[in-house]
Design a protein around this ligand. Structure first.
Ligand code: GLN
Length: 459
Protein backbone atom coordinates (compact mmCIF):
# COMPACT_ATOMS: atom_id res chain seq x y z
CA UNK A 1 0.00 0.00 0.00
CA UNK A 2 1.29 3.49 -0.77
CA UNK A 3 1.70 5.83 2.14
CA UNK A 4 -1.16 8.04 0.94
CA UNK A 5 -3.45 5.00 0.73
CA UNK A 6 -2.36 3.93 4.21
CA UNK A 7 -3.26 7.38 5.57
CA UNK A 8 -6.67 7.13 3.92
CA UNK A 9 -7.23 3.68 5.42
CA UNK A 10 -6.33 5.02 8.88
CA UNK A 11 -8.86 7.85 8.44
CA UNK A 12 -11.56 5.32 7.60
CA UNK A 13 -10.71 3.14 10.58
CA UNK A 14 -10.72 6.21 12.84
CA UNK A 15 -14.21 7.06 11.60
CA UNK A 16 -15.49 3.54 12.11
CA UNK A 17 -14.13 3.32 15.65
CA UNK A 18 -15.60 6.65 16.81
CA UNK A 19 -17.93 4.93 19.31
CA UNK A 20 -14.90 3.95 21.43
CA UNK A 21 -14.33 7.66 22.21
CA UNK A 22 -10.62 6.86 22.09
CA UNK A 23 -9.62 9.91 20.05
CA UNK A 24 -9.54 13.58 21.08
CA UNK A 25 -8.14 15.06 17.87
CA UNK A 26 -7.42 13.99 14.31
CA UNK A 27 -8.05 15.43 10.88
CA UNK A 28 -7.89 14.26 7.30
CA UNK A 29 -5.75 17.24 6.24
CA UNK A 30 -3.27 16.55 9.06
CA UNK A 31 -3.10 12.87 8.03
CA UNK A 32 -2.65 13.79 4.37
CA UNK A 33 0.14 16.20 5.31
CA UNK A 34 1.81 13.40 7.29
CA UNK A 35 1.59 11.03 4.32
CA UNK A 36 3.02 13.66 1.98
CA UNK A 37 5.89 14.38 4.35
CA UNK A 38 6.79 10.71 4.72
CA UNK A 39 6.60 10.12 0.94
CA UNK A 40 8.96 13.05 0.43
CA UNK A 41 11.61 11.80 2.84
CA UNK A 42 11.30 8.35 1.26
CA UNK A 43 9.71 5.31 2.82
CA UNK A 44 12.85 3.48 3.89
CA UNK A 45 12.96 4.75 7.51
CA UNK A 46 12.64 2.05 10.19
CA UNK A 47 8.95 2.90 10.69
CA UNK A 48 8.27 3.36 6.94
CA UNK A 49 4.77 4.83 6.92
CA UNK A 50 3.62 3.18 10.16
CA UNK A 51 0.67 5.13 11.62
CA UNK A 52 1.13 5.77 15.34
CA UNK A 53 -1.54 7.20 17.68
CA UNK A 54 -0.28 9.68 20.30
CA UNK A 55 -1.56 10.10 23.85
CA UNK A 56 -2.83 13.64 24.23
CA UNK A 57 -0.29 14.58 26.90
CA UNK A 58 2.53 14.55 24.32
CA UNK A 59 2.80 17.89 22.55
CA UNK A 60 2.34 18.29 18.79
CA UNK A 61 2.26 21.46 16.72
CA UNK A 62 -0.23 20.24 14.12
CA UNK A 63 -2.89 18.95 16.53
CA UNK A 64 -4.06 20.39 19.89
CA UNK A 65 -2.78 18.98 23.21
CA UNK A 66 -5.38 18.97 26.01
CA UNK A 67 -4.33 16.24 28.49
CA UNK A 68 -8.11 15.55 28.47
CA UNK A 69 -8.53 18.59 30.69
CA UNK A 70 -10.83 21.58 30.35
CA UNK A 71 -7.94 23.74 31.51
CA UNK A 72 -6.05 23.07 28.26
CA UNK A 73 -9.05 22.93 25.93
CA UNK A 74 -7.90 24.10 22.48
CA UNK A 75 -4.25 24.50 23.56
CA UNK A 76 -1.73 24.12 20.77
CA UNK A 77 1.95 23.67 21.48
CA UNK A 78 4.51 25.86 19.70
CA UNK A 79 6.91 22.88 19.47
CA UNK A 80 6.89 19.11 18.98
CA UNK A 81 7.98 16.67 21.68
CA UNK A 82 11.32 14.97 21.02
CA UNK A 83 9.51 11.63 20.62
CA UNK A 84 7.31 13.16 17.89
CA UNK A 85 10.36 14.50 16.04
CA UNK A 86 12.08 11.11 16.26
CA UNK A 87 8.97 9.19 15.23
CA UNK A 88 8.65 11.36 12.13
CA UNK A 89 12.34 11.11 11.32
CA UNK A 90 11.98 7.33 11.31
CA UNK A 91 9.13 7.56 8.80
CA UNK A 92 6.26 7.22 11.28
CA UNK A 93 2.91 8.94 10.73
CA UNK A 94 1.19 10.79 13.57
CA UNK A 95 -2.33 9.35 13.28
CA UNK A 96 -4.26 11.18 16.01
CA UNK A 97 -4.24 12.33 19.65
CA UNK A 98 -5.80 9.86 22.06
CA UNK A 99 -8.08 10.17 25.07
CA UNK A 100 -6.69 9.69 28.60
CA UNK A 101 -7.52 10.23 32.24
CA UNK A 102 -7.13 13.96 32.86
CA UNK A 103 -3.39 14.72 33.13
CA UNK A 104 -2.80 10.92 33.10
CA UNK A 105 -4.30 10.54 36.58
CA UNK A 106 -6.35 7.38 36.71
CA UNK A 107 -6.53 3.70 35.90
CA UNK A 108 -9.66 3.50 33.73
CA UNK A 109 -9.77 6.56 31.42
CA UNK A 110 -13.04 7.49 33.15
CA UNK A 111 -11.41 10.66 34.52
CA UNK A 112 -11.23 12.30 31.07
CA UNK A 113 -13.03 15.64 30.88
CA UNK A 114 -14.19 14.51 27.42
CA UNK A 115 -15.97 11.28 28.35
CA UNK A 116 -14.78 7.75 29.06
CA UNK A 117 -13.14 5.40 26.57
CA UNK A 118 -14.96 2.12 25.87
CA UNK A 119 -13.25 -1.26 25.95
CA UNK A 120 -13.12 -2.56 22.36
CA UNK A 121 -14.41 -6.02 23.39
CA UNK A 122 -17.16 -4.83 25.77
CA UNK A 123 -18.44 -1.24 25.74
CA UNK A 124 -19.62 -1.53 29.37
CA UNK A 125 -16.05 -2.09 30.55
CA UNK A 126 -13.06 0.21 30.86
CA UNK A 127 -9.91 -0.14 28.72
CA UNK A 128 -7.72 0.66 31.74
CA UNK A 129 -5.81 3.88 32.08
CA UNK A 130 -4.57 6.37 31.96
CA UNK A 131 -3.48 5.68 28.35
CA UNK A 132 -6.83 3.98 27.60
CA UNK A 133 -7.40 5.71 24.25
CA UNK A 134 -4.06 4.54 22.85
CA UNK A 135 -4.60 0.98 24.13
CA UNK A 136 -8.14 0.78 22.70
CA UNK A 137 -7.04 1.98 19.25
CA UNK A 138 -4.29 -0.64 18.99
CA UNK A 139 -6.63 -3.37 20.28
CA UNK A 140 -9.33 -2.34 17.78
CA UNK A 141 -6.83 -2.58 14.91
CA UNK A 142 -7.04 1.12 14.05
CA UNK A 143 -3.25 1.55 14.36
CA UNK A 144 -0.48 -1.04 14.82
CA UNK A 145 1.23 1.02 17.55
CA UNK A 146 0.66 4.00 19.82
CA UNK A 147 2.50 6.15 22.31
CA UNK A 148 1.29 6.38 25.88
CA UNK A 149 2.92 7.55 29.05
CA UNK A 150 3.66 5.84 32.33
CA UNK A 151 3.95 7.49 35.69
CA UNK A 152 2.75 4.39 37.52
CA UNK A 153 1.50 1.74 35.13
CA UNK A 154 -0.56 3.70 32.64
CA UNK A 155 0.63 1.69 29.64
CA UNK A 156 1.12 -1.80 31.10
CA UNK A 157 -2.27 -1.85 32.86
CA UNK A 158 -4.39 -0.80 29.83
CA UNK A 159 -2.27 -3.07 27.60
CA UNK A 160 -3.23 -6.00 29.85
CA UNK A 161 -6.92 -5.00 29.89
CA UNK A 162 -7.08 -4.60 26.09
CA UNK A 163 -4.90 -7.57 25.07
CA UNK A 164 -2.04 -5.70 23.42
CA UNK A 165 1.69 -5.37 24.11
CA UNK A 166 2.65 -2.50 26.45
CA UNK A 167 6.28 -1.52 27.01
CA UNK A 168 7.49 0.80 29.74
CA UNK A 169 11.18 1.62 29.22
CA UNK A 170 13.70 2.34 31.98
CA UNK A 171 13.41 5.83 33.44
CA UNK A 172 15.71 8.00 31.33
CA UNK A 173 15.69 5.76 28.24
CA UNK A 174 13.27 8.05 26.33
CA UNK A 175 13.23 11.84 26.38
CA UNK A 176 10.47 13.51 28.41
CA UNK A 177 10.89 16.77 26.50
CA UNK A 178 7.35 17.60 25.36
CA UNK A 179 5.64 15.03 27.59
CA UNK A 180 3.40 17.12 29.85
CA UNK A 181 4.86 16.67 33.34
CA UNK A 182 2.89 14.71 35.96
CA UNK A 183 5.41 13.08 38.32
CA UNK A 184 8.77 14.09 36.90
CA UNK A 185 10.83 11.46 38.74
CA UNK A 186 8.50 8.73 37.41
CA UNK A 187 7.24 9.85 33.97
CA UNK A 188 8.24 7.74 30.94
CA UNK A 189 6.95 7.90 27.38
CA UNK A 190 5.91 4.29 26.74
CA UNK A 191 4.68 2.24 23.79
CA UNK A 192 1.75 0.03 22.78
CA UNK A 193 2.08 -2.45 19.94
CA UNK A 194 -0.08 -5.07 18.29
CA UNK A 195 3.03 -7.26 18.53
CA UNK A 196 6.31 -7.17 20.47
CA UNK A 197 8.14 -6.34 17.27
CA UNK A 198 5.89 -3.34 16.45
CA UNK A 199 6.30 -1.97 19.98
CA UNK A 200 10.07 -2.53 19.87
CA UNK A 201 10.40 -0.80 16.50
CA UNK A 202 8.67 2.29 17.84
CA UNK A 203 10.67 2.22 21.08
CA UNK A 204 13.93 1.90 19.13
CA UNK A 205 12.95 4.93 17.05
CA UNK A 206 12.12 7.23 19.99
CA UNK A 207 14.75 6.12 22.55
CA UNK A 208 18.07 7.80 23.23
CA UNK A 209 19.73 10.65 25.01
CA UNK A 210 18.28 14.12 24.44
CA UNK A 211 20.17 17.24 25.54
CA UNK A 212 16.76 18.86 26.19
CA UNK A 213 15.95 16.36 28.96
CA UNK A 214 18.60 16.32 31.69
CA UNK A 215 17.26 13.02 33.06
CA UNK A 216 17.61 11.19 29.73
CA UNK A 217 20.63 8.90 29.60
CA UNK A 218 23.07 7.92 26.87
CA UNK A 219 22.82 4.18 26.19
CA UNK A 220 23.28 1.79 23.27
CA UNK A 221 20.17 1.79 21.04
CA UNK A 222 17.25 -0.58 21.68
CA UNK A 223 17.29 -3.58 19.31
CA UNK A 224 14.22 -4.99 17.60
CA UNK A 225 14.20 -8.51 19.08
CA UNK A 226 14.69 -11.73 17.18
CA UNK A 227 12.83 -14.60 18.93
CA UNK A 228 15.20 -17.13 20.50
CA UNK A 229 14.94 -20.86 19.83
CA UNK A 230 14.29 -21.39 23.56
CA UNK A 231 14.82 -19.83 27.00
CA UNK A 232 17.66 -22.12 28.14
CA UNK A 233 20.16 -20.42 30.41
CA UNK A 234 17.68 -17.83 31.69
CA UNK A 235 16.36 -17.73 35.24
CA UNK A 236 12.97 -16.21 36.01
CA UNK A 237 11.86 -15.05 39.46
CA UNK A 238 8.24 -15.32 40.58
CA UNK A 239 7.79 -12.77 43.39
CA UNK A 240 5.51 -14.40 45.98
CA UNK A 241 4.00 -11.01 46.86
CA UNK A 242 2.53 -10.78 43.34
CA UNK A 243 0.51 -13.98 43.72
CA UNK A 244 -1.83 -13.25 46.67
CA UNK A 245 -4.56 -15.76 47.60
CA UNK A 246 -7.29 -13.42 46.35
CA UNK A 247 -5.76 -13.02 42.86
CA UNK A 248 -8.49 -13.34 40.23
CA UNK A 249 -8.63 -17.03 39.17
CA UNK A 250 -8.58 -16.14 35.46
CA UNK A 251 -5.50 -13.96 35.89
CA UNK A 252 -3.81 -16.72 37.88
CA UNK A 253 -4.64 -19.32 35.22
CA UNK A 254 -3.23 -17.07 32.48
CA UNK A 255 0.02 -16.42 34.32
CA UNK A 256 0.35 -20.09 35.36
CA UNK A 257 0.02 -21.12 31.73
CA UNK A 258 2.71 -18.62 30.71
CA UNK A 259 5.05 -19.84 33.47
CA UNK A 260 4.55 -23.44 32.33
CA UNK A 261 5.47 -22.34 28.82
CA UNK A 262 8.64 -20.64 30.09
CA UNK A 263 9.64 -23.93 31.71
CA UNK A 264 8.75 -25.94 28.60
CA UNK A 265 11.08 -23.64 26.65
CA UNK A 266 13.94 -24.48 29.01
CA UNK A 267 13.78 -21.46 31.34
CA UNK A 268 14.47 -21.96 35.04
CA UNK A 269 11.74 -20.63 37.33
CA UNK A 270 12.07 -19.98 41.04
CA UNK A 271 10.24 -18.04 43.74
CA UNK A 272 11.74 -14.77 44.98
CA UNK A 273 10.60 -12.25 47.57
CA UNK A 274 10.18 -8.49 47.18
CA UNK A 275 9.25 -7.80 50.80
CA UNK A 276 8.36 -4.10 50.46
CA UNK A 277 5.83 -4.67 47.69
CA UNK A 278 2.87 -3.84 49.90
CA UNK A 279 4.17 -0.30 50.36
CA UNK A 280 4.28 0.38 46.61
CA UNK A 281 0.75 1.72 46.09
CA UNK A 282 0.74 3.97 49.19
CA UNK A 283 4.25 5.22 48.38
CA UNK A 284 3.30 5.96 44.80
CA UNK A 285 0.13 7.77 45.88
CA UNK A 286 2.16 10.08 48.13
CA UNK A 287 5.04 10.81 45.74
CA UNK A 288 3.10 11.10 42.46
CA UNK A 289 0.57 13.62 43.87
CA UNK A 290 3.41 15.60 45.54
CA UNK A 291 5.19 15.98 42.20
CA UNK A 292 1.88 16.59 40.41
CA UNK A 293 0.92 19.40 42.79
CA UNK A 294 4.20 21.14 41.97
CA UNK A 295 4.00 20.48 38.22
CA UNK A 296 0.37 21.58 37.91
CA UNK A 297 1.03 24.95 39.57
CA UNK A 298 1.82 26.30 36.09
CA UNK A 299 -1.83 26.12 35.01
CA UNK A 300 -2.81 29.47 36.41
CA UNK A 301 -4.98 30.95 33.66
CA UNK A 302 -2.19 33.34 32.75
CA UNK A 303 0.30 31.38 30.66
CA UNK A 304 -1.56 28.34 29.31
CA UNK A 305 -4.92 27.40 27.94
CA UNK A 306 -8.18 28.58 29.37
CA UNK A 307 -8.68 31.65 31.59
CA UNK A 308 -11.72 32.05 33.83
CA UNK A 309 -12.67 35.06 35.93
CA UNK A 310 -11.14 37.55 33.47
CA UNK A 311 -11.46 41.08 34.83
CA UNK A 312 -11.28 39.92 38.46
CA UNK A 313 -8.18 40.25 40.67
CA UNK A 314 -5.32 37.76 40.22
CA UNK A 315 -6.25 35.45 43.08
CA UNK A 316 -9.82 35.19 41.77
CA UNK A 317 -8.51 34.39 38.29
CA UNK A 318 -6.43 31.53 39.75
CA UNK A 319 -9.33 30.28 41.81
CA UNK A 320 -11.86 30.38 38.96
CA UNK A 321 -9.46 28.91 36.36
CA UNK A 322 -8.20 26.08 38.53
CA UNK A 323 -11.55 25.45 40.24
CA UNK A 324 -13.42 25.11 36.96
CA UNK A 325 -10.58 23.89 34.73
CA UNK A 326 -9.39 20.87 36.75
CA UNK A 327 -11.61 17.85 37.28
CA UNK A 328 -12.25 16.17 40.65
CA UNK A 329 -9.43 13.61 40.52
CA UNK A 330 -6.84 16.23 39.55
CA UNK A 331 -8.03 18.50 42.37
CA UNK A 332 -7.81 15.56 44.78
CA UNK A 333 -4.19 14.92 43.72
CA UNK A 334 -3.26 18.59 44.14
CA UNK A 335 -4.80 18.61 47.63
CA UNK A 336 -3.07 15.38 48.68
CA UNK A 337 0.22 16.49 47.14
CA UNK A 338 0.15 19.90 48.80
CA UNK A 339 -0.76 18.29 52.12
CA UNK A 340 2.10 15.75 52.11
CA UNK A 341 4.58 18.49 51.21
CA UNK A 342 3.34 20.97 53.82
CA UNK A 343 5.70 21.94 56.64
CA UNK A 344 3.87 20.00 59.35
CA UNK A 345 3.45 16.75 57.41
CA UNK A 346 6.50 16.57 55.14
CA UNK A 347 8.46 14.22 57.41
CA UNK A 348 5.49 12.03 58.18
CA UNK A 349 4.44 11.46 54.57
CA UNK A 350 6.77 12.72 51.85
CA UNK A 351 10.07 11.85 53.56
CA UNK A 352 8.71 8.43 54.64
CA UNK A 353 7.55 7.72 51.10
CA UNK A 354 10.99 8.62 49.75
CA UNK A 355 12.54 6.17 52.23
CA UNK A 356 10.06 3.49 51.18
CA UNK A 357 10.94 4.11 47.53
CA UNK A 358 14.58 3.32 48.32
CA UNK A 359 13.58 0.01 49.95
CA UNK A 360 11.27 -0.94 47.08
CA UNK A 361 14.07 -0.29 44.59
CA UNK A 362 16.55 -2.26 46.72
CA UNK A 363 14.19 -5.28 46.72
CA UNK A 364 14.45 -5.51 42.94
CA UNK A 365 18.22 -5.01 42.98
CA UNK A 366 18.60 -7.79 45.55
CA UNK A 367 16.45 -10.16 43.50
CA UNK A 368 18.44 -9.50 40.31
CA UNK A 369 21.71 -9.95 42.25
CA UNK A 370 20.73 -13.53 43.12
CA UNK A 371 21.05 -14.46 39.45
CA UNK A 372 17.49 -13.80 38.32
CA UNK A 373 17.39 -12.48 34.73
CA UNK A 374 13.78 -11.29 34.75
CA UNK A 375 10.70 -11.36 36.95
CA UNK A 376 7.31 -12.70 35.88
CA UNK A 377 4.08 -11.43 37.46
CA UNK A 378 0.48 -10.72 36.57
CA UNK A 379 0.12 -7.18 35.18
CA UNK A 380 -3.22 -6.56 36.90
CA UNK A 381 -5.12 -8.21 39.77
CA UNK A 382 -8.29 -8.65 37.65
CA UNK A 383 -9.32 -8.43 33.99
CA UNK A 384 -10.95 -5.18 32.76
CA UNK A 385 -13.57 -4.01 35.24
CA UNK A 386 -16.96 -2.46 34.55
CA UNK A 387 -17.30 1.26 33.95
CA UNK A 388 -18.40 2.98 37.14
CA UNK A 389 -17.23 0.12 39.39
CA UNK A 390 -14.42 2.11 41.06
CA UNK A 391 -15.40 5.73 40.45
CA UNK A 392 -16.95 6.28 43.88
CA UNK A 393 -13.92 4.97 45.79
CA UNK A 394 -10.53 6.43 44.81
CA UNK A 395 -8.61 3.87 46.90
CA UNK A 396 -10.21 0.99 44.96
CA UNK A 397 -9.16 2.73 41.74
CA UNK A 398 -5.58 3.16 43.07
CA UNK A 399 -5.42 -0.55 43.97
CA UNK A 400 -5.85 -1.43 40.29
CA UNK A 401 -2.15 -0.44 40.08
CA UNK A 402 -1.03 -2.93 42.72
CA UNK A 403 1.31 -4.88 40.39
CA UNK A 404 2.59 -1.96 38.33
CA UNK A 405 3.52 0.83 40.79
CA UNK A 406 6.68 -0.72 42.27
CA UNK A 407 8.40 -0.97 38.88
CA UNK A 408 7.71 2.71 38.25
CA UNK A 409 9.11 3.72 41.63
CA UNK A 410 12.26 1.69 40.85
CA UNK A 411 12.58 3.12 37.32
CA UNK A 412 12.81 -0.35 35.76
CA UNK A 413 11.77 -1.50 32.29
CA UNK A 414 8.71 -3.76 32.20
CA UNK A 415 6.40 -5.14 29.57
CA UNK A 416 2.86 -6.52 29.51
CA UNK A 417 2.37 -9.40 27.10
CA UNK A 418 -1.09 -10.76 26.17
CA UNK A 419 -1.33 -14.15 27.87
CA UNK A 420 -4.77 -15.46 26.89
CA UNK A 421 -8.30 -14.63 27.97
CA UNK A 422 -10.59 -15.39 30.85
CA UNK A 423 -14.32 -15.29 30.07
CA UNK A 424 -13.46 -13.41 26.90
CA UNK A 425 -11.35 -10.74 28.61
CA UNK A 426 -7.59 -10.39 28.05
CA UNK A 427 -4.99 -11.27 30.72
CA UNK A 428 -1.53 -9.69 30.83
CA UNK A 429 1.79 -11.30 31.83
CA UNK A 430 4.27 -8.75 33.19
CA UNK A 431 7.98 -9.23 32.45
CA UNK A 432 10.27 -7.02 34.56
CA UNK A 433 13.97 -6.60 33.74
CA UNK A 434 16.92 -4.82 35.41
CA UNK A 435 17.51 -1.16 34.56
CA UNK A 436 18.43 -0.60 30.89
CA UNK A 437 18.05 -4.31 30.03
CA UNK A 438 15.24 -3.63 27.53
CA UNK A 439 16.89 -5.89 24.94
CA UNK A 440 16.75 -8.92 27.24
CA UNK A 441 13.13 -8.15 28.18
CA UNK A 442 12.02 -7.71 24.56
CA UNK A 443 13.77 -10.87 23.40
CA UNK A 444 12.08 -12.91 26.17
CA UNK A 445 8.70 -11.44 25.15
CA UNK A 446 9.34 -12.10 21.45
CA UNK A 447 10.27 -15.71 22.26
CA UNK A 448 7.09 -16.32 24.30
CA UNK A 449 4.72 -14.41 22.01
CA UNK A 450 4.23 -16.96 19.20
CA UNK A 451 3.51 -19.73 21.74
CA UNK A 452 1.06 -17.84 23.96
CA UNK A 453 -2.05 -17.74 21.70
CA UNK A 454 -3.28 -14.43 23.04
CA UNK A 455 -6.97 -15.09 22.36
CA UNK A 456 -7.15 -18.60 23.86
CA UNK A 457 -9.32 -19.13 26.95
CA UNK A 458 -7.05 -20.06 29.87
CA UNK A 459 -9.66 -21.60 32.20
N1 GLN B 1 -3.01 4.98 37.80
C1 GLN B 1 -1.87 5.77 38.17
C2 GLN B 1 -2.33 7.15 38.60
O1 GLN B 1 -3.47 7.38 38.55
C3 GLN B 1 -0.89 5.78 37.08
C4 GLN B 1 -1.01 6.91 36.15
C5 GLN B 1 0.06 6.91 35.11
O2 GLN B 1 0.88 6.00 35.01
N2 GLN B 1 0.06 7.97 34.34
O3 GLN B 1 -1.57 7.97 38.98
Amino acid sequence: MTIAAEALAVAERLERSASLNAVLAWSRPALEAEALRVSRIGSDGPLAGMPVAIKDNIVTTDLPTTCASRILEGYRSPYDATVIERLRLAGGLVACKTNLDEFAMGSSTEHSAFGRVRHPLDPDRVPGGSSGGSAALVAAGVVPAALGSETGGSVRQPAAFCGVVGVKPSYGRVSRFGLVAFGSSLDCVSVFGRTVSDAARVLAAIAGHDPRDATSRPAPPVQVPVPRADLRGLTFGLPTEYFPPDLDPGVRAGVDRAVALVQALGGTVRPVSLPHTRYAVPTYYVLAPAEAAANLARYDGVRYGVRRGAGLDLRSVYRATRGQGFGREVQRRILVGTYVLSAGYYDAYYAKAQAARVRITADFEAAFLTGVDALLTPTTPTPAFRAGAKMADPVQMYLADIFVSAVSLAGLPALSLPAGRSEGLPIGLQIIAPSFEEDRMLSIAATLEPHLSATAEVR
